[in-house]
Design a protein around this ligand. Structure first.
Ligand code: MN
Length: 231
């Protein structure tokens, strides 16, 4: 193949217990998937899941045992953290049945859906797309992916985010409104899933702002924790 300039490198995420990298195809995100977070955002009830996307190269890999710099993005005065379970798709498909969904999962990781909340709210108020609030550079920090077999049953895992050692978000994956399998089924009705897709499955209550100098520590039991410092 002959290109007019070198193509951008594929975004990749390390895999626990392997030297092989997970190549990222797309990043899908689920909105309002924990009841208490839906309430804090002004909504209630079990509405159908809705989705938005981030560019694949928005991933910011956090290697195990290290603290990575998270650049404070431009244009915002209200950068929010959203701790989320990330599901990594290993086998693609469309119109996947709920009871078949787990077979499409490669593994799981701890991720952050960083959000320029002021810009998102501006766009919401005007009925415009949220991209500027959600899909900016480095907006998708992620830790190493633990393969499904090694992760065990994540459906009862605890999920938490600390900022400067203060607990901000603390819940369990049992609180998901739409289960992992239901999310995969719904998403695959709208897009044909591909190996390499990442699904950020939504955040529990307690979202809030961070500022330069803050240290974020995100954990899900059974998975590799992530630590970032806002710079
Ligand atoms: Mn989110």
């Amino acid at each position: 193949m002959n290109y007019v300039f070198p193509p951008a490198p594929t975004a990749t995420v390390p895999v626990v217990g392997s030297t092989a990298q997970f190549p990222v195809h797309r990043i899908y995100c689920v909105g309002r998937n924990y009841a208490e977070h839906a309430q804090e955002m002004g909504h209630s009830g079990r509405e159908p899941p809705f989705f938005f996307m981030k560019p694949a190269d928005a991933v910011l890999v956090v290697p195990p045992g290290s603290t990575i710099a998270l650049p404070y993005p431009s244009l915002t005065k209200n950068l929010h953290h959203e701790i989320e379970l990330v599901v990594a798709i290993g086998t693609g498909g469309k119109n996947i049945a709920v009871d078949q969904a787990e077979q499409h999962i490669f593994g799981y990781a701890v991720g952050l859906d960083m959000t320029r909340r002021d810009l998102q709210n501006d766009m919401k108020a005007q009925g415009r797309p949220w991209c500027i609030g959600k899909g900016f550079d480095h907006s998708a920090p992620i830790g190493p992916i633990t393969p499904k077999a090694a992760a065990g049953d994540v459906t009862h895992a605890t999920i938490s985010l600390q900022v400067n050692d203060a607990m901000r978000q603390n819940s369990t994956l049992e609180q998901l409104i739409w289960t992992i399998s239901e999310t995969i089924a719904q998403l695959s009705a709208a897009w044909e899933l591909q190996p390499g897709d990442l699904i950020y499955t939504g955040t529990p209550a307690g979202v809030g702002a961070v500022v330069p100098g803050d240290t974020l520590r995100g954990s899900i039991s059974g998975l590799t924790s992530i630590e970032l410092k806002v710079v």
